[in-house]
Design a protein around this ligand. Sequence first.
Ligand code: HEC
Ligand code: HEC
Ligand code: HEC
Length: 484
Amino acid sequence: MKRFSMMLSMLAIGMASSAAMAEDTSLTNTSLPNATLPNISPANSVLVNRGAYIARAADCMACHGEDYTGGTAIETPMGEIYSTNITPSKRYGIGNYTENDLKNVLQKGRAPSHMLYPAMPYPSYSGMKEEDINALFAYLQTVPVVDEAPKHKTDLPFPFNIRALMLGWNFLNVPSTQGRDGLNETQKRGEYLVNNLEHCGTCHTPRNSTMGFDKKMYLSGAQLGHWYAPNITPDESSGIGSWSEQDIITYLRTGELDQRAYAGGPMGEAVAHSTQYLKQEDLSAIASYLKAVPAIQTDDKVSAIDVSRLPTRVNESITHDLLAQKDYLAQAKTAVSKGSNSPEALYLATCGSCHGVDGYGQPDAQYSPIVGLSSLRRDKPDVLVNMILHGVVGSTNTSPIMPAFSDELSSEQIASIANYVRISFGGLASSDVSAADIERIAATSAEKPFLIKYAGLLAILGIIVAIAVIIFIIRAIIRSKHRH
Ligand code: HEC
Ligand code: HEC
Ligand code: HEC
């Protein structure tokens, strides 16, 4: 959170000179974004700078890296799929690509020599406009060449290493979304951004048995490893129905909504690499569209925020003075080491050094306030408990990390801390997370047995075999007709 505003102000200073340029390159720009695109330069053509904006809006960097050299692992149930070098290197990158090659990659998941796995979000990019692909292609030619292969290469076990199988998968799952009727122009722009460029659904829409989007549950929330990408439909109780359009804009621009929500983990990355750079009217379009999608109620309800129950800052000097907090924390640590099970002492001893004695964090050290966050107010404590069990990796290289506590704390202690923060900082009237809940959550996030893990893929294989059989039969029929 603070790191985003810090980043923004650093960029503002560093990039002031190119701010005027960014304005020139915008499509229909009326207002200047808070953050200026670092990869837009006055030396480049308007087309290239437009491409740089598309690359940001489509968040290519999230997977291909800040320098586009690839090698990032995308975890899938079949194993890790690594992104590739997409700099214009002729040997290791896409230096030999024609514009049509790029179009086939984005729209069909087809690289010149092989089919791609949908870890590359082509099911979403398939709807990308010609003019945007044209600009993106021009921009990718200007990226510095890196003549290096990514450190890791994808090596999936048989039969998933047969890339041609993706033809069958694509037949069922591409494109991943359909246009909605009755939208105004702004909302249509929002739909294009959400579905095709920003591919929000790759995280927020749950998957069906073939691992494609479950279209009926569009944007209603999905598990992402230890993370949970929440319901962002306008449902009042389980979605973001209580958010105003301005709330959505603020969250996507800064990664936080004061005392309401925080963009941690994968969402923090989406904000850091992509949404913070979007033009004001594009963020407004997204917000307006998210208000127009069907509300879907799920069983993961979020209690409405009750501001009167949130803590007040201990006092300005303590909240902002690390030394003043030290005494409180030291006392709590002594108490816990002497066997105290007081939830407050446990919180202070384990979490207080980063999130502060009052939950308002340590802005100076970039540790986030946790007061009021939606992750504390969910009926299901899973999101919060997973964070405590597994920690949180910061969303940029320089952001601090939250350590994992699964080895350090007992299930009772984690339950006790979870209840403490849900009530004291989340403002809930009560919370009854038990040690059994912690054990259940730890067990579900542990390694799954082979068949369950591969069930989705086995289903795809089943379907592909079925399609092959049908084609075989049709051919046989045609042949037999010819003979007569
Ligand atoms: C969610 C992660 C993700 C995002 C976002 C993403 N990619 Fe990819 N991309 C991948 C992965 C993983 C592969 C390799 C897939 C494979 O091995 O089948 C890939 C492969 C490619 C390839 C094929 C390279 C080759 O010839 O082998 C190109 C080109 C490409 N991406 C361009 C882009 C562009 C341009 C963007 C932004 C518009 C983008 N990618 C966004 C993950 C991503
Ligand atoms: C060493 C510092 C540190 C400690 C100790 C720590 N955290 Fe964190 N915590 C962080 C950081 C850093 C983030 C933000 C990570 C990011 O940028 O995504 C965070 C994020 C969070 C969030 C917000 C997550 C969200 O996205 O909604 C919660 C809730 C949280 N921590 C709870 C706790 C609890 C409970 C404990 C004690 C068991 C704890 N933390 C201990 C550093 C810490
Ligand atoms: C890489 C995966 C990923 C992508 C892409 C992504 N999100 Fe998220 N999103 C998440 C996760 C995970 C969270 C939970 C963050 C947390 O609790 O700290 C989240 C949280 C949110 C929230 C806060 C919800 C709440 O109740 O607190 C909103 C709003 C949101 N995302 C909107 C979007 C929009 C709009 C897009 C596309 C522009 C998008 N997200 C793209 C993973 C993603």
